[in-house]
Design a protein around this ligand. Structure first.
Ligand code: ARG
Length: 459
C-alpha cells in the first residue's frame, strides 16, 4: 500500500510504503519549529527577490502566503498534512497549495539540509536566552532568601557528617554559584548556535547569486558559517545546549537532594509549603517533597538526551545524514524538562519556611568547634598536630560524658592540656566559630555580605 507522492518524488515511480511514512517522518516532533521555519522562508524569499532571483510579485505572494499560514497556525485553524515528512515540507506544501506557482519558487537556492539547521539554530538561540532569564530569576530568589536570613546558622557538612557551622546565606550562595556557571554555559551555547547555515544549500553551496549575509542579518544571526559542508552537518551547538541543560539539572538535583533531606523530620531545617509538596493516598500524616524528587529523577532523562545526541553524531560521515533528524527530540525534551524543573525549584525555595531554631540547635551539636579549639592552641605555640590530638581527646571525653564541647568546664578542658585558659571557652561559641572565618569567600557575616555585594550587578 502506498500514498500520494512526496515533494521530492520526481525520480520515483512508486511512493514510499505506508509503513515507512511515519517511520521517516519528523513532523510530530519538529512541528514546534514552525515559527522559525516561516521566519527562515521569509528571509530567504526576500533575499531571492533583492538579488533578482525571483520577482517582487512572487516574493509578495510568498510573504503573504506565509503570513496567512502563520495566522492560521496561531488561530489553531491549520491541520498539517500528516503525510508531510517534516515541518519544512508541510509549510512549503501548504504554501503552494494556497498561492500556486510562486510557492514552487521558494526553494530556489535552498535545501532542507540548510533549512532545518537554520530553524534549529534559531530555536536554540532563543531557548538559551530564555533559560538564562529563568536561571536569573532563580538566582535572584536564592539571593533574596539569603539576604532575608543573614544571621541564620546551620551545620556545614563533609561526608554528610557535621563539619563546621556556616551561615545559611553562605550555603545558599554556593547554590547561586552553581547556577551562575550554568548561565554562562547557556551563554556559550547561545553563541555556538548563533551562526547562519542558510545558503549552504544541500552541502556544497549554490550557483545562484544569493546573499548569505542578507539572510543571516534578517534572521538576527551575528555571523555566517564559513564552510557549507560544516554548515549542514554541524550539530555541536545542540550538544552544547543539552550539555548546559544536563549540568543545570545536575545542580538542581543536588539542591533538591538537600531540600529533601532538610525537610525530613530528622533534619527539620525547612518546611516546604503546601503548594510545593504533596501528600500520600494511604498515610494521612505525610507531606512529601515530590517536586524535588521529580527534579532529581528527571535529571537522568536529560543526561540521556546528552548521551543520545553524542551517540547519534558519533561516526557520522559528512555531510547531512538522516540520522540527524534524531537531533531534535532530546533537545526539545531537555528544554521543556529544565524549564519546568527551574520553576519547581524556584517555587520550593521562595515558599519554604526556614526553621532557624532547629538549624542552630543542629549546629551546636557535632563538636563543630573542635577545629577552632585546636587552632586556639596552635595560635599559642602548640604544633597543630599536637593540638589536633589534644582536642580529639577532649571530644572523646565530652562524648563519653554526653556533653557538647561548649558544655565542658575549663577544668575539664585542662585535663587534656594545661595550655587552656578561660579565653579558650570563647571560641567554642558557635557564632564565634562562624565569625572567625573572615577569609575571602568564608562564612563570616562580613565575607558573606561581600559576596552579596559582588552580586549586586545581577539586580
Ligand atoms: N526532517 C529532516 C531533519 O529533521 C529535514 C532535512 C531532511 N533532508 C533530507 N535530505 N532528507 O533532519
Amino acid at each position: 500500500m502506498t500514498t500520494d507522492k512526496a515533494l521530492w518524488a520526481g525520480r520515483f515511480e512508486e511512493s514510499v510504503a505506508d509503513e515507512m511514512q511515519a517511520f521517516g517522518a519528523s513532523l510530530p516532533v519538529d512541528v514546534r519549529l514552525w515559527p522559525e521555519d516561516i521566519a527562515g522562508s521569509w528571509a530567504h524569499a526576500d533575499m531571492l527577490a533583492a538579488q533578482g532571483i525571483i520577482s517582487e510579485a512572487d516574493n509578495k505572494a510568498i510573504q503573504e502566503g506565509l503570513e496567512s499560514i502563520a495566522h492560521d497556525i496561531v488561530q489553531d485553524k491549520l491541520e498539517f498534512d500528516i503525510a508531510s515528512e517534516d515541518i519544512h515540507m508541510a509549510i512549503e506544501g501548504e504554501l503552494t497549495h494556497r498561492i500556486g506557482e510562486p510557492g514552487k519558487k521558494l526553494h530556489t537556492g535552498r535545501s532542507r539540509n540548510d533549512q532545518v539547521v537554520t530553524d534549529f539554530r534559531l530555536y536554540c538561540v532563543q531557548a538559551s536566552e530564555e533559560l538564562q532569564e529563568e536561571l536569573h530569576e532563580l538566582r535572584m530568589t536564592i539571593i533574596e532568601v539569603a539576604e532575608g536570613n543573614l544571621e541564620v546558622i546551620l551545620p556545614g557538612y563533609t561526608h554528610l557528617q557535621k563539619a563546621q557551622p556556616v551561615l545559611l546565606a553562605q550555603h545558599l550562595l554556593a547554590w547561586q554559584a552553581m547556577l551562575e556557571r550554568d548561565s554562562l554555559r547557556f551563554k556559550q551555547a547561545c553563541f555556538a548556535a548563533d551562526a547562519s547555515p542558510l545558503g549552504a544549500a544541500a552541502l556544497a553551496g549554490t550557483p545562484h547569486n544569493i546573499s548569505r549575509e542578507a539572510t543571516a542579518r534578517a534572521l538576527g544571526f551575528s555571523r555566517i558559517i564559513p564552510n557549507s559542508m560544516d554548515a549542514v552537518s554541524d550539530r555541536d551547538f545542540a550538544c552544547d545546549f543539552i550539555y548546559a541543560a544536563a549540568m543545570t539539572m545536575m545542580h538542581l538535583s543536588r539542591m533538591c537532594e538537600e531540600l529533601i533531606l532538610w525537610s525530613t523530620e530528622e533534619f527539620g531545617f525547612i518546611t516546604l509549603s503546601d503548594a510545593f509538596s504533596t501528600g500520600s493516598s494511604i498515610m494521612p500524616q505525610k507531606k512529601n517533597a515530590d517536586f524535588a524528587e521529580l527534579t532529581r529523577g528527571k535529571t537522568g532523562r536529560v543526561y540521556g538526551s546528552l548521551m543520545g545526541i553524542l551517540t547519534t553524531l558519533k561516526s557520522l560521515p559528512l555531510t547531512y545524514n538522516k540520522d540527524l533528524q534524531e537531533d531534535k527530540e532530546g533537545l526539545f525534551d531537555a528544554h521543556d524538562t529544565l524549564t519546568l524543573c527551574i520553576t519547581a525549584v524556584r517555587g520550593m525555595i521562595a515558599s519554604m519556611t526556614i526553621n532557624s531554631k532547629r538549624m542552630l540547635e543542629a549546629a551546636q551539636g557535632g563538636y563543630m568547634a573542635a577545629t577552632d579549639l585546636a587552632d586556639w592552641l596552635a595560635a599559642r605555640g602548640m604544633a597543630f598536630r599536637d593540638a589536633h590530638e589534644v582536642v580529639g581527646q577532649a571530644v572523646l571525653y565530652a562524648e563519653k560524658q554526653g556533653k557538647r564541647l561548649d558544655e565542658l568546664s575549663l577544668e575539664e578542658l585542662q585535663q587534656h592540656s594545661n595550655e587552656f585558659t578561660s579565653d579558650a571557652l570563647k571560641v567554642l561559641d558557635i557564632k564565634h566559630v562562624v565569625e572567625a572565618r573572615t577569609s575571602p569567600g568564608g562564612t563570616s557575616l562580613k565575607s558573606v555580605k561581600q559576596q552579596l555585594d559582588d552580586l549586586r550587578s545581577l539586580r
